[in-house]
Design a protein around this ligand. Structure first.
Ligand SMILES: *Cc1c(COP(=O)(O)O)cnc(C)c1O
Length: 226
């Protein structure tokens, strides 16, 4: 089933790319393997998926211990300061940096490990209460400029989660806000490479709005049991 799911996902991505004149090669699929085991990760890996996303520090840690750097790891969940040690230096990317404090903690940990940690800033791009991320533009600018001073952090991109709604306009708006923020930073000379946005229910809109990383769980692994 995973093999078929991945095939049809590639087809849908390619189809949408043709529509908006984008190259599918510039869009990375991150298979969100939360609540699934290492077996499933290996199955997806066999089908040509190399990037995996986890949202809980301890779950990530246990899978990382088993698989190490056989695959590329993306940490996508809310990260508390006391859990940074499980993630920094192990995950290739941390998508969910949402405060200066966490960035500082990651930098400190990466320095101790003599590594440069790639991070993305999680931005709240909609009014929805439940979504975490940075909202205030002055705060965003502050964190971005501080990050450029941190020697053991590389700011790779911006991440957002669209609101949970049927309203496609609201979803598009949210992704478009992230895209505009990237352009704004670019115009200030800050090169931001990645836009991490789009999940199973909204990745096609995200592609249209410039996503370079899609975080896809259900469409690859099926429904999650909680
Ligand atoms: C679970 C999760 C996803 C994937 O969700 P699906 O709807 O299953 O594709 C993407 N991003 C984050 C931050 C998640 O927690």
């Amino acid at each position: 089933m995973i093999a078929e799911n991945i095939k049809s996902l590639h087809d849908r991505i390619a189809e949408r790319c043709i529509k908006v004149n984008r190259n599918p090669a510039e869009i990375k699929i991150i298979a969100v393997s939360k609540n699934f085991g290492v077996d499933e990760i290996l199955k997806a890996n066999k089908e040509g998926i190399y990037d995996f996303g986890e949202n809980k520090a301890q779950d990530f840690d246990s899978k990382f211990v088993q698989l190490g750097n056989k695959v590329t790891w993306h940490f996508i969940g809310h990260l508390q300061r006391n859990k940074v040690r499980f993630v920094a230096g192990c995950a290739n990317y941390i998508h969910s940096v949402d405060s200066l404090q966490i960035a500082m903690e990651i930098n400190k940990r990466a320095e101790r490990l003599d590594k440069v940690q790639k991070i993305l800033l999680q931005i709240k791009t909609s009014a929805e209460e439940t979504k975490s991320g940075i909202t205030d533009e002055a705060e965003i600018m502050d964190i971005v400029s501080q990050c450029s001073e941190f020697r053991n952090i590389e700011l790779s991109g911006l991440m957002t989660i669209a609101p949970l709604t049927e309203d496609k306009k609201l979803i598009r708006n949210s992704f478009n806000n992230l895209s505009k923020l990237k352009d704004k930073l670019t115009s200030k000379g800050i090169d931001i490479k990645e836009l991490s946005m789009g999940m199973t229910d909204d990745f096609e809109i995200a592609i249209e709005e410039g996503a370079t990383m899609l975080r896809i769980g259900t469409a690859i692994f099926g429904e999650r049991d909680y």
